[in-house]
Design a protein around this ligand. Sequence first.
Ligand code: GTP
Length: 359
Amino acid sequence: MTSVSGADAVILVGGKGTRLRPLTLSAPKPMLPTAGVPFLSHMLSRIRAAGITHVVLGTSYRAEVFERYFGDGSALGLDIEYVVESEPLDTGGAIRNVADHLRADDAVIFNGDILSGADLAALVAAHRTSRADVTLHLQRVDDPSRFGSVPTADDGRVTAFLEKTPNPPTDQINAGCYVFRRSVIEEIPAGRRVSVERETFPGLLERGRHVHGFVDDSYWLDVGTPEAFVRGSADLVTGIAPSAALPGPAGQRLVLDGAVVAGDAEVTGGSTVGAGARVASGARVRGSVLFDGAEVAEGAVVEHSVLGAGARVGKDAVLRGVVLGDRAVVGAGCELLDGARVWPEIELPDSAIRFSSDA
Ligand code: GTP
């Protein structure tokens, strides 16, 4: 793989992650355990593999957690700096806020919640060849109507930033990864909230500046919702989304040290069983994430769900597309379906909730 030289990486990790509550009440989204390690570890390993070593984290919500875990980055072969916003400055404001810490002429900016297989060296090369002010990674997606879309001209120049519409004119969307010339970062107004998507990019186009699109269709996922989070974690475990930070071989399941899975329990679909977690006899866990110390009792079914640290699922309970906060308890025989969320420490008594009469 060609490597990137002369660029810094900036990762925006200051969001509150409201769509992933209650998991993000105790940890910021980029620190959630994902295929056995914090989500950010996968991003950092990708950045390191591309040859970028200086990384600036733009933090705000629960800022201290990042430095406590990653320190100066030397264990990962990186030089990590942390820049804290006392008040969240939004994406563009966060980029402006790290300007004094940049060392190279170009900075590759990442949203801290994207899993992507796009070639970073090719992205930076496209930026330099076109001499653009900013180059955006644009992802081709099957259903662009769920996103704002970003059309480009034949020469690759971005022509517009369009809001969500039922019939977008292109299948290209903003993938949340950009190369900025440092001088363009310095033009963003300092000390106030700025949205890079709503203010900075449209403003650059209005002023006739060169905003370039790097279009790609390799693996890409924004893990900002519970459904996407469990899918991203499962894709990492099965190897669909390759990551050098995966703590074990790719396969149907990742069982971390100290976890206990009964011989006749089924754990499949890229599930992760966290340290000290337990899956009892006859239980079925599919495409799910069990944080450390979570427990699934005999005969329970857990599919496409996240169980927070120390959460417990009772005997014969059924969970599909559910999020349990840390130490939440779902009693025996309960049935929870799509989108249900149980807040930390809450206990649902046995058979308290059921949706089907036959089980
Ligand atoms: P939701 O509340 O669920 O929408 O999540 P979020 O707060 O992470 O917002 P969103 O997914 O739109 O943010 C995209 C990326 O920008 C994420 O990696 C966030 O951490 C980051 N981000 C959003 N707002 C800020 C901010 O004010 N400061 C910093 N430093 N990063 C931010």
